[in-house]
Design a protein around this ligand. Structure first.
Ligand code: PRP
Length: 183
């Protein structure tokens, strides 16, 4: 789905599909330089990270493995609470592995802070984070992120895996959702 197909639902395109692909390619070059010849394990966090995982994994000129986790924050409302529950755990044993968590967005930072601690307690050689988007103005905790694609404003954004009420994940661009859609 293209932004033009749902123009009335959006106020602004923040990053086009082409810009995202260019940035992911640059991040892949950094990752290749940091993990020469390593058998890296990419851990995607469902569901938002599906698109970035698919594009980053194919862009990397490295042998990699892919695994997935699904987590959910406890608590009411749409805000992350920081108390996280595992809905689907990894299939892989992390002992001695170099792990790269692949995320679509860091908002409050609470989910990734928890995830980093959880995966680091499993005996991995290293655990780092690659996030396509980060909202600095929404941060409640500072997360140690090795690779960040774009810093974006604290707006309601959708597309490229990011949803509102499970919609818009298949939008190619990342765009700001019009207030009339969610208010
Ligand atoms: C989003 C995103 C991160 C988390 C970031 O997932 O993919 O996992 O929120 O928020 P935080 O920094 O405030 O903790 P969400 O819970 O919306 O699930 P989804 O990936 O299935 O859309």
């Amino acid at each position: 789905m293209d932004s033009v197909d749902i123009q009335a639902d959006l106020t602004k395109v923040l990053h086009t599909e082409a810009e995202i692909h260019t940035r992911i390619a640059a991040m892949a070059r950094e990752i290749e330089a940091d993990y020469p010849g390593e058998n890296l394990l990419l851990v995607g966090v469902l569901k938002g990270a599906v698109m970035v995982m698919a594009d980053l994994a194919r862009e990397l000129k490295l042998p990699i493995n892919m695994d997935w986790m699904a987590v959910s924050s406890y608590g009411a409302g749409t805000q992350s609470s920081g108390v996280v529950r595992i809905l689907k755990d990894l299939d892989s044993d992390l002992s001695g592995r170099n792990v790269l968590i692949v995320e679509d967005i860091i908002d409050s930072g609470l989910t990734l802070t928890w995830l980093l601690g959880n995966l680091r307690s499993r005996g991995a050689a290293s655990v780092e984070i690659c996030a396509l988007f980060r909202k600095p103005l929404a941060a409640k905790v500072v997360v140690d992120v090795r690779y960040v694609g774009f810093e974006i404003p604290n707006d309601f954004v959708v597309g490229y895996g990011l949803d509102f009420d499970e919609r818009y994940r298949n939008l190619r661009d990342v765009a700001v959702l019009a207030p009339h859609v969610y208010s």
